[in-house]
Design a protein around this ligand. Structure first.
Ligand code: PMP
Length: 445
């Protein structure tokens, strides 16, 4: 972990502050995307010399590209404990595409039920709305998933519920869901489970095969750009038997073994579901980053990020005007390093911008593509929600509710957390002046 910092691209870049001082940039926005690692970039550059389209080429470069790209699928499968005989790994663009693909491939009638949750990223909610009747599992007072509500829904609609789709970890509160318990529940009531692993896979060891007979994960999706590889590669894993049935949503080159003027036969998996020339370099990059994560050890990553999370929460709690939206106590084990908060009297958009202007600290603010969850966490009434929706549609973003989010990567340090707390304290204790200095404008707005 100590050395990983110097292998993280662009992480010690200096940025210019409002007062013309240059400081090291602090990136606390890893839940959005993580910086790439130098060995991953090196691997991509090395691979580009062997760059060639895969599969039917007979040339040396094409053979090497094909082997490397296919091997990348196996490396991904092993990383998340997926049984290579049972499951297929399909490379797509990102988590969003993976979920949309599954929603297309999943056989659902209009009156079938999919159960998602209130705490989902929109990418694990909207694709299902147009496919089936979608029910949302509630959250408890502390923002954690209400597992009793989930079981009640499964019981009540037994036979109708075909899929439970749930995030592995929240991109708002960092809460980790007990995906194996949820898998057992889903299977007990005859449904399958899909886990959105976008925020979980980069931070915890995931084991799709489970630990008991019935707690395996049927489908898993995640994105390479949240785990130290570049944009453009996402993963969808699921049973071969499932993807062998039905037609892929995109058809064309690569997806077939034979076409006549009148018919066609699908290729084996995963080719059937990876239409056209795939992102070969992206697949190589993901395989490389997985090798590095394995070398570091996911347990070491967990330990380090847990330390950062405990520290920041302890420090945030010492500032009276700060409200944290994850309840942390003995359950610190149940969260990844994603912490959302607000400061009384400082709008979230202003606060996030001022952290950048005064401290060179990159955070994120707003509703993080999880509007229903934020509405609940902020206890907004249905009246307030419809008012907010109207405002957003009218482009009036000045007073919209939201949170500020800090999210850690494995290269972040306690010193960075201390610097963040120092700047935050400065802002909080000079609230009046800060509000005057940075009054709402186009930049800070
Ligand atoms: N699910 C979760 C939990 C996420 O945090 C994100 C990214 N913020 C996504 C899905 C979507 O990922 P992508 O943008 O890579 O499709």
């Amino acid at each position: 972990i100590k050395n990983i910092r110097k292998y993280t691209v662009g992480i010690d870049k200096k940025v210019l502050l409002h007062n013309n001082k240059r400081v090291n940039y602090i990136n606390f926005d890893n839940a959005a995307s993580t910086p790439t690692l130098v060995p991953v970039l090196d691997k991509m550059n090395e691979f580009l010399e062997w760059y060639s389209n895969i599969h039917r080429g007979t040339g040396y470069k094409s053979k090497i590209s094909t082997i490397a790209y296919e091997e990348a699928h196996d490396i991904v499968a092993d990383f998340v404990g997926s049984d290579k005989n049972k499951n297929t790994v399909i490379f797509v663009k990102n988590t969003t595409e993976a979920i949309n693909k599954l929603s297309y491939r999943f056989p659902l009638n209009k009156d079938d039920i999919v159960i998602t949750t209130i705490m989902e990223h929109h990418s694990n909610d909207l694709p299902w709305r147009r496919k089936a009747k979608l029910l949302h599992t509630n959250i408890c007072q502390d923002g954690r998933l209400d597992l009793e509500d989930l079981e009640n829904k499964l019981k009540k609609y037994k036979g109708k519920v075909k899929l439970v789709t749930v995030t592995g970890a929240s991109n708002v509160t960092g809460y980790i869901n007990n995906i194996h318990y949820i898998a057992s529940l889903a299977h007990r009531y005859g449904a399958k489970i899909m886990v959105d692993g976008a925020q979980l896979v980069p931070h915890r060891k995931v084991n799709m095969s489970g630990y008991k007979d019935d707690d395996y994960i049927d489908f898993l999706v995640f994105s390479a750009h949240k785990m130290y590889a570049p944009f453009g590669t996402g993963v969808l894993i699921g049973p071969k038997k499932f993807f062998q049935r039905g037609d892929p949503e995109y058809v064309g080159g690569g997806t077939i073994i034979s076409v006549t003027q009148y018919n066609s036969y699908w290729a084996d998996l995963p080719d059937k579901d990876e239409a056209g020339t795939p992102n070969i370099v992206g697949g190589i990059a993901l395989a490389k980053v997985i090798k590095i994560l394995n070398e570091i050890g996911m347990d070491n990553i967990k330990k380090h990020e847990k330390k950062l999370t405990e520290h920041i929460i302890k420090k945030l709690k010492e500032i009276p005007s700060v409200n944290i939206y994850s309840s942390i106590n003995e359950n610190i084990e149940d969260m990844v390093g994603v912490i959302s908060f607000n400061v009384n009297g400082i709008p979230h958009n202003l606060l996030a911008s001022v952290l950048a202007y005064e401290g060179g600290i990159g955070v994120r603010n707003g509703c993080f593509c999880a509007h229903p969850y934020i509405h609940k966490l902020l206890n907004l009434s249905s009246r307030e929600i419809s008012r907010l929706q109207k405002d957003l549609i009218m482009g009036n973003t000045k007073n919209i509710p939201g949170l500020v989010r800090v999210s850690f990567g494995m290269y972040n340090t306690i010193e960075e957390v201390n610097k963040f707390i120092k700047v935050l304290n400065l802002l909080v204790s000079n609230k009046k002046n800060m509000l005057k200095k940075y009054k709402y404008n186009k930049i800070t707005g």
